[in-house]
Design a protein around this ligand. Structure first.
Ligand code: IPE
Ligand code: IPE
Ligand code: MG
Length: 246
């Protein structure tokens, strides 16, 4: 029996975030160059998105390229950007068929123009889709996002738009890149690393964390379903006692 049949669709998380890690090690294990791993990682993305669509998931946010990843060898960075351009271009049709809306968060201005344009084109083309919202975190740093929110808010106070006492968690959240989506209930990281790597620090305050040793190019929709199953077995207490939440 597939994990999918065991998932309670009434208790589906609305938003799942994934740190797609392990492409390089996967390729190395096969005696290939790191970029071979990134290419195969795209196949996992396609399959996982399909799985999300099958379930009726609302939001899927994928850590695709961090601000820190700019420090990798230039050749790898360039190859990833090229891969992004060709993948986004090819996937638009698929997104339209599956009613997927593409979205992106991060310092998008840092992307090479070709990549930025392709991305904006895909975002515009899929803007009217009402199924899954798939967000790519690109050139993304959570700390930068938080600093940028703080600056926005300071600006609004300075201009008299808001009062200092208007600043609360809700207002702060509205000034983040993710203002139009709920916080992820489930965060998945592949490749056996137990860290967050500057991803959605504010938003995952109460997310359930799921770590798997599988490398990203080996991760498929069935693995996503397994993670959701695991999530559904947990008791989310939000600081309360077990008796209170039951
Ligand atoms: C994740 O895989 C993809 C990106 C960070 C772009 P890695 O490239 O980090 O693969 P490992 O962690 O070195 O195996
Ligand atoms: C995190 O993976 C970023 C992405 C998956 C895009 P990294 O491979 O860059 O993370 P660290 O450096 O090992 O923490
Ligand atoms: Mg890595």
């Amino acid at each position: 029996m597939s994990y999918k049949d065991q998932i309670d669709l009434f208790k589906l998380p609305e938003h799942i975030a994934i740190i797609m890690d392990g492409n390089g090690r996967w390729a190395k294990g096969k005696g290939k160059l790191r970029i071979f791993g990134h290419h195969n990682g795209v196949l996992s993305v396609r399959d996982v998105v399909e799985g999300g669509v099958d379930l009726g998931l609302k939001y899927l946010t994928l850590y695709t390229f961090s601000s820190e990843n700019w420090n990798r060898p230039k050749l790898e960075v360039m190859a990833i950007m090229e891969l992004m351009v060709s993948t986004i271009h090819k996937e638009i049709r698929n997104f339209m068929e599956k009613n997927v809306r593409l979205n992106a968060i991060g310092d998008l201005d840092m992307l090479p123009k070709k990549c930025y344009d392709e991305l904006q084109n895909a975002i515009k083309t899929t803007a009217g889709n009402t199924g899954l919202t798939m967000t790519l975190a690109l050139s993304y740093s959570s700390r930068r996002e938080i600093v940028s929110a703080a600056k926005n808010i300071a600006q609004q106070v300075k201009s008299g738009e808001i009062d200092i006492d208007d600043i609360n968690e809700e207002l702060f959240g509205h000034n983040l890149y993710t203002s139009d989506m709920p916080d992820p209930e489930l965060l998945i990281r592949t490749s056996g690393e137990y860290r967050i790597s500057n991803y959605l620090l504010w938003q995952i305050a109460y997310a359930e964390l799921y770590f798997t040793p599988k490398l990203w190019p080996d991760f498929r929709k069935e693995d996503l379903f397994e993670a959701i199953m695991d999530y559904q077995k947990r008791e989310r207490r939000f600081g309360m006692t077990s008796e209170q939440v039951n």
